[in-house]
Design a protein around this ligand. Structure first.
Ligand code: SF4
Ligand code: SF4
Length: 374
């Protein structure tokens, strides 16, 4: 899950390309109830993102024109109070909601699932619940079908859910989704209009978002040749990127791509830096600045101009290429290393309580208001 989340705003015109994030996403925890073989998140880490610090950053972000919010992880539903509190504040600040990514099988029983979803709706969440369904997440058809029915019922919307799947090709890896469709009495069809698959039943319509499997971290052991002989198409990382993605340590990333947990893609930390400083730093960053200004292909061209033999071949996978050149130290001025399942190089999370100006009073009063409205 989590890094399976790719937004569909690719290719919108920009007068002058630069890092200009229009989207904020919080990952309250790395931890997860699953341990998928392709996961690129250090799910072993126990850090939790402080709710008050997140709300303070949310408020700052709205002052620089960011008005869209999503949630990722780990499994974000393992932190329901965080989701409800941040959603409540975001709704009052006028944020629009994007996806809340989940594996959909974290709940222990249906009454508690209903309670969490009801709290979230009452807090003001109006986005989509993005469900990750593919063979890497395991087969949980009945539990997923129950999750879908209950989400549909609580949010009273037939388009509240979307699906994400990771595979080597958009037309591969759909079997677990087809099983889910069968359990929901639905069909999976290709939409020429949307240029993607959709799952349709009488009561649900879900679009399917494909993520290109990157053989990095845990997935390094999976079979396949990531250097597939074709170069990726330049997209300036506009789909998964142009974002401020805040991880449980408070580190800020410019995207949710498969390489984003590498320290080399950290552009700031919400305990130490304000939003303007983070955006300015990202624009000057030797990797992030170049990707959003000149493209990932500009980094490739620089590397090959210096040494035509520096790469093993060509790859069509953006995030694999990004991960490879960063861990191998191929970008001038950027140290290599990092990665390796669960041992990502990183400094301990800063505490910084003096920076938290909201205090717990506001947080508790937010939750109390939601509970009172029940
Ligand atoms: S659902 Fe799987 S891919 Fe997503 S965070 Fe959990 S272990 Fe990782
Ligand atoms: S290629 Fe790198 S910068 Fe772009 S989305 Fe993937 S991890 Fe992020």
């Amino acid at each position: 899950m989590s890094r399976d989340f790719f937004r569909s705003n690719q290719g919108f015109p920009r007068r002058r390309r630069t890092f200009a994030p229009d989207y904020l996403s919080f990952a309250p925890t790395y931890q997860c109830n699953l341990s998928c073989p392709h996961c690129c998140v250090p799910i072993e880490w126990t850090d939790r993102l402080d709710t008050n610090a997140a709300i303070r950053f949310l408020e700052q972000a709205s002052t620089v024109g960011i008005h869209r919010l999503g949630f990722t992880g780990g499994e974000p539903f393992l932190c329901p109070d965080f989701l409800v509190s941040v959603t409540y504040r975001a709704a009052h600040l006028g944020y629009r909601f994007d996806k809340l990514m989940t594996n959909g099988v974290w709940y222990s029983d249906e009454p508690s699932l209903r309670q969490v979803l009801t709290d979230l709706r009452r807090a003001g969440f109006t986005g989509k619940i993005g469900l990750s369904v593919d063979k890497f997440h395991g087969i949980h058809t009945d539990k997923l079908a129950a999750f879908c029915r209950i989400v549909r019922e609580i949010f009273a919307s037939d388009t509240v859910l979307s699906l994400s799947y990771t595979s080597r090709d958009p037309h591969q890896g759909l079997e677990p989704i087809r099983r889910l469709a069968q359990a929901l009495d639905a069909d999976v069809q290709w939409s020429e209009l949307l240029n993607r698959y959709i799952l349709v039943s009488d009561s649900l319509t879900m679009t399917l978002c494909w993520n290109h499997l990157a053989l990095v971290e845990r997935a390094e052991k999976l079979p396949g040749q990531p250097w597939d002989g074709q170069w990726f198409q330049e997209d300036y990382c506009e789909g998964p990127g142009q974002a401020l993605v805040v991880n449980p340590r408070g580190d800020v990333k410019p995207c949710c791509g498969f390489a984003s947990d590498l320290d080399q893609l950290t552009i700031g930390n919400i305990y130490r830096d304000d939003v303007r400083t983070i955006i300015r730093r990202a624009r000057r960053h030797p990797v992030v600045g170049t990707i959003f200004r000149s493209g990932l292909s500009a980094l490739r061209d620089q590397i090959l101009a210096r040494d035509p033999q520096a790469l093993p071949g060509a790859t069509s996978n953006h995030c694999y290429f990004c991960w490879y050149i960063l861990t191998r130290g191929l970008v001038p001025g950027v140290p290599g290393g990092g990665g390796q399942v669960g041992r990502w190089v990183s400094s301990p999370p800063p505490s910084g309580p003096q920076l938290l100006t909201l205090g717990t009073d506001r947080l508790e009063s937010s939750i109390t208001k939601i509970k009172r409205s029940e």
